[in-house]
Design a protein around this ligand. Structure first.
Ligand code: ACO
Length: 326
């Protein structure tokens, strides 16, 4: 049976030039490298400059992805940006990027807000539009300047987050409906709004007319994340009829190295197959997965043909997974 799939044809990322190490953080709040490293696996994070915005870092990632796909911005039918740190309340960051890239009139643009699950949500939506034949080529971006909504006086949160952008280009291709196909093989999204209060900002456009700062119940988020990330990964593997032994890489949202380690164990995957980039990026929310994907392809770890499980969980709570063959 022939069906339409989305193959992944281009990858790009960008991390802002400014780096803050754990020792730098210790000069700002009452913390130390030992606490941050052992509790989270984070050693440093990239932070955008004052006049550097989500669209700016996205644009660099987007151009890198176009180059790697060997296509032009004119070929894009859609740009979808997963972010909670939009440049302006409206229009979308995707619209701004579209204008700067010089896409043709008619290229669809939208942002989606699903916090740390945003990239998997956006990938799923773009994949479904491609499968339905509504579009042929989509750019999916996960990008955040979380530093702008971080309370830099709160040691409970400020050590955890960073800024970054990653972009992936999807293009329609033919598949046979088998796990040996290339591209997006399975996706699954979840949400449970009863956890709204456990991870949120202290305000927003309608409530306070300010973006607010990130607050959370860290322990509850931790426990939920381990189960949610595992559930989503298992679901997409089951849909495609593959097991842990068939998986080349597990690429989980990078929130905490201990969360990632627990998920790898639950899925019976050896550490060598579990991608961890949190040491140098910290948690960049919607950007962690596309940044890690682009980095790991650029450094030769992830190769063409590899089977990769993406799994993410974030505010809402939202969570979801995707199984992709590169
Ligand atoms: N430096 C030193 N001490 C700190 C720091 C810090 N930066 N931050 C908190 N502490 C203190 C607290 O004040 C508390 O002290 P107290 O016991 O005297 O009150 C103590 O450390 C808490 O320590 P633990 O309970 O051992 O911390 P825990 O192991 O739960 O780790 C952490 C905390 C890292 C926040 C963890 O719960 C976590 O990562 N949770 C997931 C949250 C997350 O990643 N959220 C991001 C968004 S959601 C997502 O992406 C899935």
């Amino acid at each position: 049976m022939t069906l339409i799939r989305s193959e992944l044809i281009g990858f790009g990322h960008y991390l802002p030039a400014k780096v803050l190490t754990n020792d730098d953080m210790a000069k700002m709040v009452d913390t130390n490298d030992e606490w941050i490293s052992t509790r989270t696996g984070i050693k440093s994070r990239h932070v955008a400059a004052e006049n550097e915005f989500t669209s700016d870092i996205s644009l660099i990632a987007a151009n890198n992805a176009l180059k790697s796909a060997n296509i032009s911005a004119q070929d894009l039918d859609m740009i979808i940006v997963a972010t909670v740190t939009t440049d302006d309340t409206t229009p979308s960051t995707a619209a701004k990027i579209s204008g700067k890239l010089g896409t043709r009139s008619g290229t669809i643009t939208t942002d989606i807000s699903a916090a740390c699950s945003g990239f998997v949500y956006a990938l799923t939506m773009a994949d479904n539009m491609i499968r339905l034949g509504q579009i042929k080529t989509a750019m999916v971006i996960g990008a955040e300047t979380l530093s702008k909504i971080t309370d830099w006086t709160d040691r409970n949160t400020c050590v955890l987050f960073g800024d970054g952008a990653g972009a992936v280009i999807l293009r329609a291709c033919e598949g046979e409906g088998k796990a040996s196909d290339k591209g997006v093989l399975a996706t699954k999204l979840y949400a449970d709004g009863s956890h709204y209060e456990q991870l949120k900002t202290t305000g927003g456009v309608s409530t306070t007319q300010k973006a607010g700062f990130i607050t959370m119940d860290g322990k509850e988020v931790f426990k939920f994340a381990v189960n949610a990330l595992t559930q989503a990964a298992e679901n997409v593997m089951e849909q495609a009829g593959v097991s842990s032994e068939d998986i080349d890489w597990l690429l989980p949202h990078q929130a905490n190295a201990r969360i990632i380690e627990n998920v790898g164990k639950k899925l019976n995957l050896p550490d060598e197959k579990v991608i961890v980039t949190i040491d140098h990026t910290a948690n960049t929310s919607a950007a962690t997965i596309p940044v890690a994907l682009s980095e790991e392809i650029a450094n030769g770890h992830i190769k063409k043909g590899d089977l990769v499980v993406l799994t993410a969980m974030g505010a809402g709570f939202t969570w979801g997974g995707a199984l992709v063959r590169i």
